[in-house]
Design a protein. Structure first.
Length: 610
């Protein structure tokens, strides 16, 4: 089997449909109910056993085709969790569908869910819960074939005292009231992998942001969220549809979560989940939405078959995201600007791992590896650079024809890197592309897939970064007198390029320079978390002790791992005591995935027992 991060026997069985009948219990902080999997037998010889993934679940009973049956939750195998073995006494012939009903409850150790008390929400009125299943956390919600190689349609029947959002199309007319609670129903008719299963519940209201789109969030956040997104949502959709083909999912909505959401965005179908840090009041961070929207094709429709080929999801998505930005700004300079930033991030990431590290390969072996540990910029930017290289190799006009072909051919399926290669070679092997033959035969597929370290660097159009580099150079001179006008009219991302340059100086800025930087450009009190955290990295490198408390405070305000993990690592280097104390103070604020990774980064185990 091609996915090492599942213990399920998905070669013998395929989940076709899943019905999730779950109650959100805010008192006990658990999801409880039953999940019915309809599995198709794939083998000729009768298969007598179904193995599903599970992790820290409380399974109370399992029925096979409505009859009770033998089952056992076996010992845990690291991050892959505890396989559930279910016997199918009568066996099943190829093509037969078997219905497995599992009654279950999630436990305190569930890694997919975060539960917030009313006091942890902005209006303090109601509790809040949300899920994050990518990469392998769906198995901590219910037993399933938790691999991106299997796709299922879904029915969601979710009972909660508060509004529910899920990764399906809402059926508001079907909502039933049961006492104080309601059953919220959703349908996902496009088959999706388990990692796209998503739920959230709380005091959620929504407002339109486009023809097919609304934003959902807390009442206090609604107006600002609507303002941030409504100008661009339809433009993003129109641009993406022109590049690939029409959007297949019906609605595209955004759920803006509380600040502990551990990612920038998560491409859950129908409802992208997003960090509130993108609602920065300046529309400077909505490229995250272009990115998550692009996943509607790359990832959600056409899916990498295991986390070893994750670059097919994220590399393609970075490419589409940049194409969407280019279409909207009407200039290639924006494509290159973003690609240059990506290249920089790739260089930093590879330097941090070491250039020979397995995790710097495009295709990363995941045997015995927790995908959360292998996660980095590499699949995003090395993946992007591979796609962009192919684009330049065959020429934009030709590549533009390949894009809809690829997404059409693999829609509703999952694939590996070799199938991607074969699709590319087959398409450009057609007689009309005969003139490309030599170029195409030059592609070093194996090298591209398995070489560690940086790929060949392309030429970039540097027109939008040059001003940033020039200003950075001025900061090298000791007598430089900065002024707010230095960055007048700059985008947030241009300021980020500047800060990145400054933080890379061999001779770091000194305390005075760093403080001057923060004051002159208004960075320390910026509402933009990207800018604030980039500035704090410079301040920490400058050993500006007066900034450390600000770092600690920021760590209590955002739970997005992109900021949290590097800030803890930075703070740990200059003031370990404060880093550990801050983590202990805010550990309950973080999502369990974030909590675990920061624990590893800081080298602290459960601080409660310490
Ligand atoms: N699918 C990812 C988030 C993810 C990846 C969650 C792996 C869990 C495991 C999402 O599309 C993403 O890439 N988010 C980025 C957005 C950015 C690249 C614009 C993020 O969270 O920063
Ligand atoms: Zn992504």
């Amino acid at each position: 089997m091609r996915d090492p991060n599942t213990l399920s026997n998905y070669d013998a069985w395929r989940t076709k449909h899943t019905t999730a009948n779950l109650t959100v219990d805010f008192q006990q902080k658990q999801l409880r109910g039953s999940v019915i999997l309809e599995l198709e037998s794939r083998t000729d010889k009768a298969s007598n056993e179904i193995i599903l993934d599970s992790s820290y679940l409380n399974v109370s009973s399992i029925k096979v085709n409505s009859a009770s049956s033998d089952w056992e939750v076996k010992d845990r195998q690291g991050a892959n969790g505890s396989p559930v073995h279910i016997s199918v006494p009568e066996g099943a012939a190829k093509g037969d569908i078997v219905k497995v009903q599992v009654n279950l409850a999630t436990t305190e150790k569930c890694t997919a869910l975060q539960w917030l008390t009313p006091a942890q929400t902005s209006n303090k009125k109601a509790p809040f819960m949300f899920s994050q299943c990518q990469a392998i956390h769906a198995r901590s919600l219910f037993p399933c074939q938790d691999t991106p190689d299997v796709k299922s349609t879904y029915d969601f029947n979710i009972t909660s005292p508060h509004v529910v959002v899920a990764s399906g199309v809402p059926l508001p007319e079907a909502t039933e009231t049961v006492g104080e609670e309601k059953v919220y129903k959703f349908q996902q008719k496009v088959p999706i992998p388990s990692y796209l299963f998503a739920l959230a519940s709380g005091d959620i209201v929504s407002a339109p942001i486009g023809k097919r789109s609304s934003v959902a969030t807390g009442p206090n956040e609604l107006k600002a969220s609507q303002w941030e997104l409504e100008g661009d949502m339809d433009k993003f959709l129109d641009a993406a549809e022109k590049i690939v083909f029409p959007y297949q999912w019906g609605e595209y909505n955004v759920l803006v979560l509380p600040p502990s959401f551990p990612y920038g965005g998560m491409e859950n179908p129908i409802f992208t989940f997003a960090t509130p840090t993108i609602i920065s009041g300046d529309k400077q961070n909505i490229d995250v939405i272009a990115h998550e929207l692009a996943h509607s094709w790359s990832g959600n429709l056409v899916t990498s078959c295991s986390w070893e080929h994750f670059w097919l999801n994220e590399g393609w998505t970075m490419y589409l995201e940049r194409r969407i930005q280019t279409a909207i700004h009407g200039s290639d300079a924006h494509f290159d600007f973003s690609a240059i930033r990506g290249w920089k991030a790739l260089e930093e990431s590879i330097e941090e791992f070491g250039k020979d590290h397995e995790f710097t390969k495009l295709c990363i072996s995941h045997k015995g590896i927790d995908p959360d540990d292998a996660f980095s910029t590499v699949p995003y930017e090395k993946g992007f650079h591979f796609i962009y290289y192919l684009d330049r190799l065959v020429g934009r006009q030709n590549f533009d024809k390949f894009i809809p072909h690829y997404f059409g051919k693999w829609a509703n399926k999952s694939l590996d890197s070799f199938e991607f290669r074969d699709t590319f070679l087959e398409f450009f092997g057609a007689p009309e592309y005969a003139s490309l033959e030599d170029k195409i035969s030059e592609i070093d597929w194996d090298g591209r897939f398995y070489n560690t370290g940086l790929p060949p660097k392309p030429e970039f159009d540097t027109s939008l970064v040059d001003v940033c580099y020039e200003l950075a150079k001025k900061w090298k001179q000791n007598d430089f007198k900065p002024s707010p006008s230095d960055i007048e009219g700059w985008t947030g991302n241009q300021i980020l390029v500047l800060l990145n340059e400054l933080s890379d100086f061999e001779q770091p800025l000194n305390v005075e320079q760093s403080q001057l930087l923060g004051k002159t450009y208004g960075l320390a009190d910026s509402k933009n978390a990207e800018l604030k955290s980039a500035y704090y990295h410079i301040a920490m490198k400058a050993k500006d002790t007066s900034s450390y408390q600000g770092v600690a405070d920021l760590l209590g305000e955002v739970g997005r791992m992109k900021f949290v993990r590097p800030l803890y690592r930075g703070l740990n280097k200059v003031d370990r005591e404060l880093a550990v104390k801050t983590f202990e103070k805010y550990r309950d604020f973080y999502h369990p995935i974030c909590r675990q990774l920061v624990e590893k980064d800081l080298g602290v185990s459960d601080a409660k027992s310490a």
